[in-house]
Every structure is written in C-alpha cells, then in structure tokens.
Design a protein around this ligand. Structure first.
Ligand SMILES: C[S@@+](CC[C@H](N)C(=O)[O-])C[C@H]1O[C@@H](n2cnc3c(N)ncnc32)[C@H](O)[C@@H]1O
Length: 300
C-alpha cells in the first residue's frame, strides 16, 4: 500500500521510462525523501530537479540528504495538483520527465505521531500537510454515519462499512476513540478479525480510507494529469506509481482519454499497455512495494 522513503519503489523501471539520462529538468511531484530524484542526479550530471511535497517534515529531512546535489535541486512545499497553476515556476520547455510516486512514505508511516499506522499508538491525525485543518479525528468525530460508511466502502473497500460507521458513531459520544490503537480495536471487534495468512487486516482498509479522505488524495487527480500532459512539451515522459486500484484507475483513464480522444489529435502515447509491477526480488527486499503499479506515457 505504501511507497518508501529510503528505498525508492520500482526505481530502475521508473528511470527507464522517464529516460532519465537525458539532460534537462525532471519534476518530482512527490519528492518524499528524494529516493528517485537523488538517483537521477547521481546518474545524470546534466539533470536538474524541481521537487514538490506537501509534507514539511519530509522536505526538511530530504533537504539534509541532498549534499553536493543541492545546487541542482529546487524544493517547494506544495500540493502537486497546483503544479499546473504556478506560472513561471517550472520551465516546461526544458522538462524531460515528470514523476509522481503517490501515497505515503515510510518516513511518514513509521512515525507514530503522524497517526498513519494502526500498529503504533498515536493521535488520529493522518495529515500529510500539517497546515491543513481536517484530521482523521475530526472526520471520525463529526461526519454523519452514512458519510463515514461511504468513505469506508469507497476508499477502503471494506465489507463491514455500515456496521463500522454505526459503531463509531455510538462510541464517539462516549469519547472512546482517541488514538490509532483505539480505532484498530473497534475495527477488529466490529469486523470479527481473526488473523489469517494472506488476509488484509481490516484496519489497513479503514486507515487507507481515512487517509484518502483526510488528504483528498483522489480529488482532481484525473483532471490534473490531463492538464499536465497538455502543458508538457513533446517527448516529455510522464510516470506515475500508484499503490491502490482507485488511484491506478484514475491514471489509466486520464491517459486513455488523451491517447485516444473522441475528437482532436492524441496528446500522449501510452508506454505501458499494462502497469509495470515490482519483480519478486524487489517485493522480497521491500514488502511495501508489493502493491506498486507504474504507468508511463509520453507527450506527443
Ligand atoms: C511514496 S512517497 C515518495 C517517495 C519518494 N519517491 C522517495 O523515493 O523518497 C510519497 C510522497 O508524496 C507526498 N505526497 C502525496 N500526495 C501529494 C500531493 N498531492 N502533493 C504533494 N505531495 C504529495 C507525500 O507527502 C510523500 O512524501
């Protein structure tokens, strides 16, 4: 479900599709700790990176890892969906590749204070951008029951969505859901969880759903990818790594519409007929890569 901080997912495949040895600018919309970008810089002396991430702590930590590459990197704290609105920030004519490695990094997941992990006790926060007001706690405490159920169903594909929403609404009045572990226990009880090999923990689904809602991860993603492709210059390569089917579907649809529009000329050529997935060795070395899917396209 998650991407990584220090171990970039699908690294070789991503650099291959970006053709990242070409001189020019590469835009990294989800810089994280810079795993993919640092590798581009290491292998390509003529590359520059413009990086975005809306997580301040990630950017600060990443900035400390740049070392001698810092003169070739510009970092901005922003939501990448604003990228197409920043006039003059990105020299699009020089951009050779744009990368989005969606979701969460290990750096975020492994910090209990951020509230992303159901295995570690922490506040129900889950904000990637801590400047924003809405947290997982606020959602759990204030959303009406049917809206909660809708989120669990749609973003988490949880079977017991309605039951869980009802349970949460009855417990929240008593102040019984304060931390990540409180929520996990409610989920386990409501979903009658019995650990079994190859079964996804229902709390993983619930936490995914809440995280998507807190950060509005899917909102406008398709439209953004369409606008971005139109702004890019010919031969710019676009690569997106996603970690769940909802995201992957949006990427696939956006590019399909651009590759075979009902009217007008195609805007992109799709380079990955099927998404590229990690090899067994990568999954063994980094289990968090198991759900990664890479899609790539080229601006025509
Ligand atoms: C999977 S990590 C990226 C890891 C990075 N490729 C690396 O190798 O270090 C995803 C990063 O994207 C950021 N992110 C997710 N959605 C974002 C958005 N809409 N705008 C900006 N950053 C976003 C997260 O804060 C996180 O740091």
């Amino acid at each position: 479900m998650k991407g990584c901080g220090h171990t970039p997912v699908l690294l070789e495949e991503t650099l291959f599709f970006l053709q990242a040895s070409r001189p020019g600018v590469y835009v990294d919309g989800t810089f994280g700790l810079g795993g993919h970008s640092l590798e581009i810089l290491r292998r390509n002396d003529s590359a520059r990176i413009i990086g975005f991430d809306h997580d301040e702590a990630s950017l600060q930590t990443a900035a400390g890892r740049l070392g001698s590459f810092s003169s070739r990197v510009s970092l901005y704290q922003a939501d990448f969906r604003q990228l197409v609105e920043f006039e003059g920030l990105v020299p699009w004519a020089e951009v050779r590749g744009v990368l989005f490695d969606l979701g969460l990094s290990s750096f975020q997941l492994d910090n209990p204070a951020r509230g992303f992990s159901f295995n570690q006790e922490g506040p129900l926060d889950m904000r990637m951008d801590t400047r924003q007001k809405i947290t997982a706690e606020k959602i759990l405490m204030t959303y009406p029951e049917d809206r909660l159920a809708g989120i669990f169903k749609e973003y988490g594909e949880l079977h017991h969505a309605k039951l869980l929403a009802r349970k949460i609404v009855s417990l929240r009045k008593l102040g019984l859901i304060k931390t990540t572990v409180d929520l996990r226990k409610v989920v386990e009880e409501t979903c009658h969880w019995v650990p079994q090999k190859n079964r996804i923990h229902p709390a993983a689904k619930v936490f995914q759903a809440l995280r998507i809602e807190v950060n509005q991860e899917l909102t406008g993603l398709g439209d953004f990818l369409e606008k971005l492709a139109r702004i890019c210059f010919p031969e710019t390569r676009l690569a997106v790594i996603s970690f769940h089917s909802l995201e992957d579907r949006l990427v696939k649809r956006a590019w399909q519409q651009l590759a075979a529009p009902l009217t007008g000329q195609p805007v992109v050529k799709i380079l990955t007929r099927k998404p590229v997935t990690p090899a067994r060795q990568e999954i063994e070395a980094n289990s968090r890569s198991h759900s990664a899917k890479l899609r790539a396209a080229e601006r025509i």
